[in-house]
Design a protein around this ligand. Structure first.
Ligand code: AMP
Length: 400
């Protein structure tokens, strides 16, 4: 009988889950319980008998997880605990503590809670999800897989901010990065597509979704990434600014009287493509450009410019680049962004084949020309599968 892993991603008001069959590496069921704690909660489960939607008050993560169990029991597939090798949890912030996945016990759960100041919106929610899932599956190993772990191989030169060292140490201020599970999955898969071992290739991964990040992966190890202490740094995103001169904040504080919360809200929720064009979703930005909107056109130019800046920087650090891999919502679906962001990089050996690039990509696709020295791929990411694989590997290793 084939092994299964339940992958859980708990947010502050939601629990997303997938039951993955490890032989086929396919999802047997996916679902979400959302609006936890609000007046009317909502659950959606896609299992054996299609889609089930449920609306009712869901007080907390404990009740949310109980609903997940009942959805599996009523609509299948049945979760057979003897086949369930692990429950794998996505955890946003592992700080400098977790360079890889960890079997969850009281100590690990407390360490995740202790890292909350670095991810105040995420880690407390993960702890609530962990507690509920450990109650629901008391006899199954739970594994925490961290978004930051893959970036722990960065050298100090890449992760250290040029500020007062004592202050930085006291408050754990450094670059941690994010989306690491995706960067790991995509960079390894890109090596496979090249027919090589990850240790033999250098890859630049461009994870372009509503949140966006780039990473430089040298021989399978991350040596630099664009997100920082938090996922605000780096590329232009849906509603996040990415890199900005920090003095803009002092200026707005002094001149516009904005508070810390105002500035947080501005850079995290009202900037990026939204701030520049009025649209968060890249499809809306393209529609606006097609309708002659100059702001939207400029917004895209800013987006491409920043992306090329990172490609150039990572090219310099890697020395030799075997491949660039586009992934996530925009990376996989948006041929306009792929074409324009790579335009003019032929002198770096990056030559797109515009016919291959055209359209949305649901599967791995080579989009560079046959003689492009740097291969460019679209590689659909699968963070849930990566979490499941890492969970199985850790549980297996711990039983040996
Ligand atoms: P993600 O955060 O990975 O779900 O990505 C969300 C982003 O992907 C949004 O900006 C969407 O505009 C973009 N996206 C999704 N589907 C498409 C599509 N068919 N064409 C262009 N962009 C898309």
């Amino acid at each position: 009988m084939s092994e299964q892993v339940l992958v859980v991603n708990s947010g502050s008001s939601s629990i997303k889950y997938q039951l993955i069959d490890m032989a086929s590496e396919q999802a047997l069921a996916t679902g979400i319980v959302e609006r936890i704690g609000l007046e009317v909660g909502r659950a959606k489960h896609e299992g054996l008998d299609g889609e089930t939607v449920l609306e009712r008050h869901v007080a907390d993560h404990e009740e949310g997880m109980a609903i997940v169990l009942s959805l599996f029991a009523e609509h299948g597939p049945q979760i057979d605990e003897s086949r369930l090798v692990a429950v794998g949890h996505r955890i946003v912030q592992g700080g400098s503590v977790f360079a890889g996945p960890a079997l969850v016990d009281e100590t690990v759960q407390q360490q995740i809670a202790d890292l909350s100041p670095l991810a105040p919106l995420h880690n407390p929610a993960h702890v609530a999800g962990l507690t509920a899932a450990r109650h629901a599956f008391p006899n199954t190993p739970h594994v925490a897989v961290f978004d930051t772990s893959f970036h722990q191989t960065m050298p100090p030169a890449a992760y250290t901010y040029a500020i007062d060292r004592d202050l930085a140490d006291r408050y754990a201020i450094r670059r941690y990065g994010a989306h690491g599970t995706s960067h790991k999955f995509v960079s390894r898969h890109t090596a496979e597509l090249l027919g090589k071992d990850p240790a033999e290739v250098n890859v630049i991964v461009l994870h372009l979704g509503n949140g966006a990040s780039a990473s430089a992966v040298q021989g399978g190890r991350c040596i630099d990434t664009s997100m920082g202490l938090t996922p605000l740094a780096g590329l232009v995103m849906g509603s996040r600014s990415g890199d900005i001169d920090p003095a803009v904040l002092f200026h707005l504080s002094r001149e516009a009287g904005m508070t810390t919360d105002d500035l947080d809200n501005l850079l995290n929720r009202r900037s990026g493509m939204l701030g520049l064009s009025g649209h968060t979703d890249m499809r809306d930005v393209h529609d606006a450009v097609a309708a002659g909107d100059e702001r939207a056109r400029t917004a895209l130019e800013v987006y491409y410019h920043r992306l090329r800046t990172y490609v150039g920087a990572y090219y310099a650090h890697l020395g030799h680049v075997d491949a660039i891999a586009f992934t996530a919502g925009i990376g996989e679906n948006d041929d306009i962004v792929r074409e324009n962001s790579m335009a003019g990089l032929e002198h770096l050996g990056i030559v797109l084949d515009l016919e291959r690039n055209a359209g949305r990509k649901k599967t791995d696709t080579l989009i560079s020309t046959d003689d492009s020295p740097v291969k460019v791929f679209v590689v659909p990411t699968n963070e849930e599968l990566e979490i499941a694989r890492e969970s199985v590997a850790l549980v297996t290793a711990s039983q040996d």
